[in-house]
Design a protein around this ligand. Structure first.
Ligand code: ATP
Length: 140
């Protein structure tokens, strides 16, 4: 089976949606195999968001991701990588379909960075890379 990295970003934790998001992951049949509440660091974020360093939203993204704790989850299940992306919905909460985490629970707050509640790895390579960043000791 596949594993993916899911983050409930600081907006989700602050709004008390960690349980609701974990509930949706489990209700779909995915299994959380590692869960940790932790506050990111600039170094960790530079690794996690390496592809975005230098983009106009990078600084606001880092500021947002440092604004409080993140719930990091390793979830396992057949097809969990695309499956969780599908549960999460479109990156832009305004475009995310009803029924998805972002579509149901997030909206555009008119801020410089999209506060879209969750992150999910987008490929097997990203999942392996991101799990190693957030859970250096994780072994399957
Ligand atoms: P994630 O990687 O968090 O699952 P994603 O893959 O859907 O999201 P990316 O393009 O990797 O989106 O962007 C990472 C994050 O940066 C987004 O989730 C969002 O919080 C923020 N972001 C991306 N693009 C923009 C933008 N144009 N303006 C503001 N914020 C953005």
């Amino acid at each position: 089976t596949e594993t993916t990295l899911i983050l409930v970003k600081p907006d989700g934790v602050k709004r008390g949606l960690s349980g609701e998001i974990l509930r949706r992951v489990e209700a779909k049949g995915y299994v959380p195999v590692a869960v940790e509440l932790r506050t990111a660091t600039p170094e960790l974020l530079a690794e996690h968001y390496a592809e975005h360093v230098g983009k106009p939203f990078y600084e606001p993204l880092v500021e947002f991701m440092l604004s409080g704790p993140t719930l990091a989850i390793v979830a396992e299940g057949q097809g969990v990588i695309p499956g969780f992306r599908s549960l999460a919905g479109a990156t832009n909460p305004t475009e995310a379909a009803p029924g998805t985490i972002r579509g149901d629970l997030a909206r555009d707050w008119g801020l410089k960075v999209m506060q879209n509640l969750v992150h999910g790895s987008d490929s097997e390579e990203s999942a392996a890379r991101e799990i190693a960043i957030w859970f250096p000791a994780f072994q399957r």
